[in-house]
Design a protein around this ligand. Sequence first.
Ligand code: 9WO
Length: 248
Amino acid sequence: MKFDVVTIFPEMVDAGLTEGVVGRARERGVVDVVAHDLRDYTTDRHRVVDDVPFGGGPGMVMKPEPFFAAMEAIIAGRGRPQAVVLLSPAGRRFTQAEAARFAALGHIALLCGRYEGIDERVRERWATDEVSIGDYVLSGGELPALVVIDAVSRLVPGVVGDEQSVEADSFGRGLLDCPHYTRPAEYAGLRVPEVLTSGHHGEIRRWRRQQALRRTLDRRPDLLVTAALDGEERGWLREWDIGVPPTE
Ligand code: 9WO
């Protein structure tokens, strides 16, 4: 999986991707991230990437030329990305489904803005997707780019050691995760649920599915509308006095 990030803070992007499973996947060459310094694509002595906004107003706008030059260089050097993603609070919400779509593409570029925003012609010419990671304003697109790269990389075969754990993850089935416990069986007067220490693997699987469903119902009932539920799970929802949600 290839990622090209265009940013004025390439070391910020790099630093966020050196640890953990993504860091190891990069070392192994399964994930390839290049952070391109936007200033390397300026042509003036002071490497200026911003300018005053046409029409007036506060703040500065990122100039189009360095972004155009960076994209041309990426295409020439690393091939044309299958998607060019602009990180912006005005974008579509980034979801697990969107992460899966990007993972299937194999090569994506991410454009990070700073200041008041990027000249609109960059979006017009280059962006195939505009995504938001949530409804808040940040000081730049770099942290959202890291979020996208992390979520997408985990879905690339071989990045997460245990493929089953990706499946079992929160959202793997469209539900929240079940509670997790490790030793000791009693700590600070708090006991691990007995079923988990019983050795009855069928009962353990069933308990976990039930807990995941209960937590989803309590905390994120909106997810139940699209979750893939089996007959037993629909039965539990009915027992808990909640109508089974319509499918899609
Ligand atoms: C800021 C903004 C505020 C209200 C409505 C739309 C907006 N778009 C932008 C914007 O594109 N800002 C640029 C990138 C320049 C300033 C810092 N930037 C930014 C990206 N702040 N927050 C994000 C972001 C990106 C993805 N998901 C959440 C926040």
